[in-house]
Design a protein around this ligand. Sequence first.
Ligand code: ADP
Length: 478
Amino acid sequence: MFKTIRARLTLWYVTVFGGLLIAFSLYAYSLLSSTLRAQFDSSLLRAAQATATYFHEIAEERDVKASAEDTARELVLTGAAVAIYSGHQCLGSSDVKVTSLAIQSGLLDSVNNSHGAAFATVGESRLVALSEPDGTKEYVVILAQPLILLNQQLRNVFAILILSILTALCLAAISGYLLARRSLAPVVALSKQAEQISARNLDLRLETPHPDDELGLLANVLNGLLSRLDESFQIMRRFIADASHELRTPLSIGRAEIDVALSRERSLDEYAGSLQTVDKQLKRIVNIVNDMLALARADSGERYLTIEELYLDDVVNECCSSVDRLASLKGVNLDCEISEDLPFHGDEELLKRLVLNLLHNAVTYTPTGGSIRVMLSQEGDNACLTVSDTGIGIPPENVGRVFDRFYRVNKARSRSDGGSGLGLSIAKLAVEAHEGTVNLESGLGRGTKFTVLLPLFHKSNGRGEQNNIYHASPQQHG
Ligand code: ADP
């Protein structure tokens, strides 16, 4: 029943408002009631005093009993009933009812014991007993006044209050509901706009007519979220498009090779040649898929880093040796300056891929006659690896993008060199998995220098235990 915030807000409003109204009305009613009763009592007392004075005046000259009866008769005209007592003996009364009320109320006993005035209520009558010593004798004047009028007035006031409270509550419920609806209208509008947004139109944004109020802030936060989602979707779409494009080339080459081989009868050597071509393309596909898998796992937070104790200089030396032949075949000089005994905790395979990817790129993008320099040393709490070459360099406008997935400066050339554009992405991933940083300095025709800083004491730096952060497939890239 109270599913909507609107209904709940209205209920809250009516409850709080109603509670306050009822409390205030009860207080006002009790104040009014006690004031009216006090006024009633004081006028009753004044009447009793006037009666006593009158009685004492005429009793001085005449018989006490006759004076009391006279006084009672006189007072009947004012609407009040009176009885005059001497001790427990009634000297005179306006009617029998007042004497029976006087006995019922027990006022005679209380004023005979202590002088002064005493009040009592019997049924719908209010009584006052006034005891005043008159020389040696003491008389008690009892006055009774019906409460019907006062009670009726109070009942009327009470009924008016109840009616007013109910009317006020109804009005509060209606106005509260309208107010809540009006206040929540922007929320409804926001949710309607948000409903229109899906993966197809993530570029749409929520309108913020009042950007500084709470809903404006909420809309801004949601818009920020949409922007980030949009960006992620775009990256994902681009990644899928790039990946498909990247895989299509080796697949087409392999298929064409098979078609040619099967088009007619061929010699064993020709079949072997075709299989070698297909094998090369398959290896390339496997490399790309493995790289994509590693990146996808890292993105999803599923990382398995096999941490072990190793010597970083050994890792770099090994990589240099494996690239040395490639470099000399291309006529590029490879110079390695590696500090000895640099112990490190890290994932050996991943570190190898990092160094190999940088070295392969250096060889690929350095023309014959150029040189590559690899340096490894300890700098403070970091191991510092630099790979610099005298190659073609990277234009300044592309420097910021070379770590992007599938990004290549010269698409045609890199692909012909066997690169998929994922090498530096994997290298960056490897550096970040070891909580390091990678920096790139380059200029067109000025060569390129990569500087990698790896903290020797990083968090994932377990003591030889299996620390599951990232798992990389062991194949090389380049
Ligand atoms: P690829 O597989 O194409 O080499 P990478 O991610 O390893 O992909 O490199 C991305 C791009 O960065 C390369 O296509 C190349 O244009 C540029 N690049 C990387 N290393 C070098 C380098 N040492 N010299 C010049 N350009 C480089």
